[in-house]
Design a protein around this ligand. Structure first.
Ligand SMILES: Cc1cc2nc3c(=O)[nH]c(=O)nc-3n(C[C@H](O)[C@H](O)[C@H](O)COP(=O)(O)O)c2cc1C
Length: 168
């Protein structure tokens, strides 16, 4: 088996997001459907976050497979300023499925950006270590309280994830 890598990038969405009370923004939903249809076949996995008009995604898999997928994704006209934040050889994957995990982690991300002294979610400005810390947060994000409308619980879930990260 060839090298396993994790590539993290951020980009700016070109479309105007439709406000949704619950669930996934429709354009993002279409991207997720495509990703889930293709990724098993392409032997890649990872996580996608969408917030404040920005995408933040990790792709995991063998080097060649990730490179191929990244080139296809980077050429997609639904986003621009596609910027690699981190690219590393890893010993194991964070995201076990050959699919694409979606994390509706707005509260956890809010706390994360505050803790890093950012005013808003601007992932194109992230340094490598920040990008990796956020991916690690998404790795632990269980989504149990996501989309239930229970903001207090989802806040706590995000907070525990952060505490784990900052304790080490
Ligand atoms: C932010 C973003 C993330 C994407 N992630 C993936 C992905 O993980 N896997 C994938 O196959 N396509 C992904 N796409 C879509 C690809 O760019 C491309 O449209 C798609 O792979 C084409 O597949 P199709 O010809 O089967 O529709 C993504 C697009 C965007 C804008």
């Amino acid at each position: 088996m060839s090298e396993l890598i994790r590539l993290v990038y951020a980009s700016r969405a070109v479309f105007e997001p439709v406000p949704v009370k619950q669930g996934v923004e429709p354009s993002v939903g279409r991207i997720l459907m495509q990703s889930r249809r293709n990724n098993a076949h392409a032997s890649i996995g990872g996580v996608l976050y969408f917030g404040d008009g920005y995408f933040f995604q990790a792709l995991e898999g063998e080097r060649q497979a990730v490179n191929r997928a990244y080139q296809r994704i980077a050429a997609d006209t639904r986003h621009r300023e596609v910027t690699i934040l981190s690219l590393k050889t890893v010993s194991e994957r964070f995201f076990a499925d050959w699919s694409m995990k979606y994390v509706p982690a707005e509260e956890a991300v809010k706390q994360f950006i505050r803790s890093r002294n950012y005013q808003r979610f601007e992932p194109l400005k992230f340094e490598e270590a920040e990008a990796e810390a956020l991916i690690e947060l998404f790795h632990h994000y269980d989504g149990k309280h996501a989309n239930t409308g229970d903001r207090a619980k989802s806040k706590r879930a995000g907070w525990f994830g952060l505490r784990r990260l900052f304790a080490s």
